[in-house]
Design a protein around this ligand. Structure first.
Ligand code: C2E
Ligand code: CA
Ligand code: CA
Length: 687
């Protein structure tokens, strides 16, 4: 590095020529061209001249006679290029040597004898190249200067450490960084860094470690420098990154916990239960043990809820959860699978008797604790299924425990019942068979659709139909939707089944349309089906395919399946409404009426539960039906009364202002082929 900036070409020219005449001639020529020129006749004289400095160009004869060889001088000068540019002079006989000199660093050569023009152009060429090289060197030196400032101005720690571990240099941040080990420049680096350096040098590539210093975290990278006996260490502050990383881990843990636990009781949910059950079974197989799956249910929980309110009900549930947990062994699992149903998993048992004893003990202790803590006498019912005695599949064990619990309830509650003692075996086998047949029916698309006509109360004319699924099985006969719809829900088939009903009914509606029967079509949609991601796209595709006016479609949602009040649910309902499809609340008044949320939902219609129609005979019953109709009207909703079986009911409802009527009095659900005929005939009159 010269340190000079910018580089300038030294003006003096040295001529090295042993022939005095030729030397002087050259000198004259160059001086005439404006150069300052010195002449040397021997190698020795040339070296002395050069030692004084200030030469930018040397014109050197290859043969200096007794004075030595010009090539030696070239070897002296070549390392000083481009500060000094060397042009060799040669006679005819040594041209090849002159050409070789180019490889050794000469800028150019002149063949004697030469004319003035040749000399000028060779020198001009050499100088031009010299200028270019000098400019390039300047550029590189500039860059090196900037790079040289990098360690000192780097906000992170930068250290230069000798292979021996001695700290040679540290920038300001580096010295602060070293303070935690109480070492400084001139001392040996701390062990952790020395180890890292050794490792990196051993492997011959960069490496890094994380170092915590003064509540900050640094990622320290070691960069070996080629052919140097030191390495550079660069520290990068990653404190913020680490914090974010920790936050993410916590969030992930929380999300995972939430996904596997019940929000109210903090107990494992069904997913985690299934996982634990699988583990317990695997363990039991290895150790020839048994596992009990116990369904636990609070007796009369609904009454408690109704009497004391939901909050109290929730508190009872949380207390039961806590009592069960405190009574169970550490290896047992207590899970909540929704509603008031909890599941106990008791591994490492040797037989049914031990399972029964354990259940009785837990039940008794939990009940005692419960009444002490809540002041309410709550009893529990339990249903027990045993692996491998009853079944070997987790799913089947759960279903069997459920069936045993059902048997316990039938036996008057407050009881522990083993599946094998429950008398539920036959029912269970039937159910298993029905499940298999239903699976096949859905797969074969053999579920049919019947339609029940609906009347406009004001005009007394047919207004629409409700599609109702029908399952006709060769061996089972006609199976009620009340049986197979919940089963399909449980088996995860409801979307598929519902989708088939949707397609059949929409195709049918289009046919009636063409036959000149404009109707509305009411469709029962399970919430599980509704909230499937592709529900809307499927429905819209069908609407497009059959060219149906969406305003003629009414989606009935059953109130008995409570909405969870989730944002995504509200959004799906809004999307449906935005498509122009109408929403109806089915069986209104039967479940826990979410009256308060009705005005927030994009609902168009209420279907008054059949129970209210049955109760019309009593004063109080009429009162309630009227209240619902009035309320619906106030909210701008259409009312449909279903289950109308007599002309009296029909006329009372019409007078109350119910908008639509549906029931056996007018028409039963029937196959599509009969609907056309029926709807062309006069509906029964309402007096
Ligand atoms: P829902 O939606 O309340 O349907 C009305 C039920 O009442 C139908 O029973 C119908 O046959 C019956 N019904 C109609 N008029 C009268 C009457 O005057 N008196 C009496 N006692 N009953 C009457 P169904 O067809 O057995 O359906 C039962 C339930 O199954 C339906 O209740 C509905 O919730 C569900 N369901 C039916 N088809 C489907 C479907 O495709 N998808 C879904 N998700 N659920 C369906
Ligand atoms: Ca319905
Ligand atoms: Ca209904």
């Amino acid at each position: 590095m010269t340190g000079q900036h910018p580089a300038t070409i030294q003006s003096r020219v040295l001529i090295v020529e042993d022939n005095e005449d030729l030397g002087n001639l050259l000198k004259d020529m160059l001086e005439g061209a404006g150069h300052r020129v010195c002449l040397a006749e021997t190698l020795e004289a040339a070296r002395q001249q050069l030692a004084q400095g200030g030469f930018g160009l040397a014109v050197v004869d290859i043969r200096l006679g007794v004075g030595g060889s010009g090539i030696e001088l070239l070897h002296d000068l070549a390392p000083r290029a481009p500060d000094v540019a060397v042009v060799m002079m040669t006679g005819e006989t040594t041209i090849q040597t002159a050409v070789d000199c180019l490889r050794d660093g000469a800028f150019d050569y002149l063949v004697k004898p030469f004319r003035m023009e040749e000399l000028r152009s060779v020198l001009a060429r050499a100088q031009q190249r010299q200028r270019k090289l000098l400019a390039e060197r300047d550029r590189i030196e500039d860059q090196l200067r900037v790079l040289g400032r990098f360690p000192s101005e780097n906000p992170g720690p930068v250290l230069r450490v000798a292979r021996s571990g001695l700290i040679l240099y540290a920038n300001q941040a580096g010295r602060l960084f070293l303070e935690q080990w109480a070492v400084d420049v001139g001392q040996t680096a701390p062990d952790s860094l020395v180890r890292l350096i050794e490792e990196v040098l051993g492997q011959g590539r960069t490496g890094d470690i994380e170092v915590e210093a003064d509540e900050r975290v640094f990622s320290v990278a070691v960069t070996p420098i080629k052919d140097a006996d030191y390495v550079y260490l660069y520290g990068h502050d990653i404190t913020r990154l680490k914090e974010t990383e920790r936050e993410l881990v916590t969030l992930k843990d929380q999300a995972q916990h939430m996904a596997l636990h019940d929000g109210l009781t903090g107990l494992p949910n069904r997913m985690l239960l299934e996982d634990r059950l699988n583990q317990a079974i695997a363990h039991a197989v290895r150790h020839r043990q048994k596992v009990a799956v116990v369904f636990v249910d609070l007796d009369n929980f609904k009454q408690i809820n109704d009497r004391h309110g939901h909050r109290f009900g929730d508190r009872i549930l949380a207390t039961v959860a806590q009592c069960l947990q405190s009574e169970a062994r550490r290896t047992d699992t207590v899970a909540r699978c929704g509603g008031d149903e909890m599941v106990l998993l008791l591994p490492e048992l040797d037989g049914p008797q031990q399972a029964l004893t354990a259940c009785e003990r837990i039940k008794h202790a939990a009940q005692t604790q419960l009444s002490a803590q809540t002041g309410v006498a709550v009893t529990l019912s339990m249903g027990v299924a045993l692996f491998p005695d009853d079944a070997t599949q987790p799913e089947t064990l759960l279903q069997m425990a459920d069936a045993a619990l059902y048997a316990a309830k039938l036996r008057g509650r407050d009881d522990v019942v083993l599946f094998s003692d429950s008398g539920a075996i036959k029912a269970f086998e039937d159910r298993t068979r029905i499940r298999a047949l239903l699976g096949r029916a859905v797969a074969e698309r053999s579920i049919q659709v019947h339609y029940q006509p609906i009347l406009d109360a004001a005009t007394g004319r047919w207004a629409g139909v409700e599609a109702l699924a029908r399952w006709h099985d060769a061996t089972l006969g006609l199976v009620e939707p009340g049986t197979f719809i919940p089963l399909a829900e449980e088996m995860g088939l409801i979307s598929e089944l519902g989708g088939q009903v949707l397609e059949t009914a929409l195709r049918q509606l289009a046919e009636w349309d063409q036959a000149g029967l404009p109707l509305t079509l009411s469709l029962n949609v399970s919430l599980r089906q509704l909230f499937k991601p592709d529900f809307l796209t499927h429905l819209q595709a069908l609407i497009g395919q059959f060219q149906i006016d969406p305003a003629r479609l009414i989606v009935e949602l059953t109130e008995s399946q409570p909405l969870l009040g989730l944002e995504s649910e509200a959004q799906r309902l809004e999307e449906l409404a935005a498509c122009g499809i109408q929403l109806s609340i089915d069986d209104f008044g039967r479940g826990h009426s979410s009256l308060s949320s009705l005005h927030q939902m994009p609902v168009h219609e209420l279907k008054i539960d059949m129970q209210f129609v049955r109760n019309l005979r009593s004063e109080k019953g009429r009162h309630m039906a009227r209240a619902i109709v009035d309320m619906a009207r106030a909210l701008g909703l259409r009312t449909v009364a279903e289950g109308v079986e007599t002309v009296e009911e029909a006329s009372v409802l019409r007078r109350m202002g119910a908008d639509r009527l549906q029931g056996y009095y007018f028409a039963r659900p029937m196959p599509a082929a009969e609907v056309g005929v029926r709807l062309r005939s006069q509906p029964p009159v309402i007096s």
